[in-house]
Design a protein around this ligand. Structure first.
Ligand code: ADP
Ligand code: MG
Length: 220
């Protein structure tokens, strides 16, 4: 079954046509890589898949839900529960510890009590090899560790899909490979589904599918 189906996605900024009608279907447990030159529209497309931006035309279904027909409040809840995000620059909150950052989607959710939230955060950081770093601030972590905290945060609510935009773009090759292997481990062990925009050919080759975007279209 398709976990995600995007069809006919178009997006313009003023007179600039950034997305010219894009279709994408992703199955549960698939790892899909999207590559392509800078300016191709990859980030714009990923933001639309993640409901952070709305298309001018086209629709996105996730688990059968036509996401943009939801009211803003419902859409925000849907996004928090169903979609995990990992960005190139981790976007961790500087004032908060690794554990607090990992737990952020739990706090936003306001379901579940403090104890459950903390225990879920610890479980994830343990799994990601960060047991000894829970109380560190982002500035006290290496780039690879920061990105693993971002992965923990993305996984917190057991999302249906994780969307990653150049997740290893800021890492050295060793940490990049570690991160990529982590994605496949999460897929193999938990059936986690990923759509990953990347310039890293090694990662794109490891993926189940390597799609190429160019000039606002997905190449056949
Ligand atoms: P990629 O991620 O493939 O490098 P982007 O999706 O970031 O490409 O951008 C595609 C094009 O859309 C670029 O020409 C960019 O300048 C333009 N663009 C992206 N976001 C905006 C925006 N908010 N306003 C105007 N133009 C934008
Ligand atoms: Mg981009």
């Amino acid at each position: 079954m398709n976990l995600l189906r995007a069809s006919g996605i178009r997006r313009t900024y003023g007179s600039l046509q950034v997305l010219k009608g894009i279709d994408l279907e992703v199955k549960t447990g698939e790892v899909v890589a999207i590559v392509g030159p800078s300016g191709a529209g990859k980030s714009t497309f990923l933001h639309i898949l993640g409901t952070l931006d709305r298309p001018d035309e086209g629709e996105v279904l996730i688990e059968g839900v036509n996401v943009f027909t939801q009211k803003d409040k419902d859409l925000a809840k849907f996004r928090n529960e169903k979609i995990g995000f990992i960005f190139q620059f981790h976007n961790l909150l500087a004032e908060f510890t690794a554990l607090e950052n990992a737990c952020m989607p739990g706090y936003i959710n306001d379901s579940g009590n403090e104890k459950e939230i903390t225990s879920r955060g610890k479980e994830l950081l343990d799994m990601l090899g960060l047991s000894g770093r829970m109380d560190h601030l982002p500035s006290q972590l290496s780039g690879g560790e920061q990105q693993r905290v971002a992965v923990a945060r993305a996984l917190f609510n057991r999302p249906s899909i994780v969307l990653a935009d150049e997740p290893s773009g800021n890492l050295d090759s060793h940490n990049a490979l570690d991160l990529h292997q982590l994605f496949f481990k999460l897929r193999d062990e938990f059936g986690q589904t990923f759509v990953i925009v990347t310039h890293n050919e090694e990662l794109a080759e490891m993926a189940d599918r390597r799609l190429v975007m160019q000039d606002g279209i997905m190449l056949p």
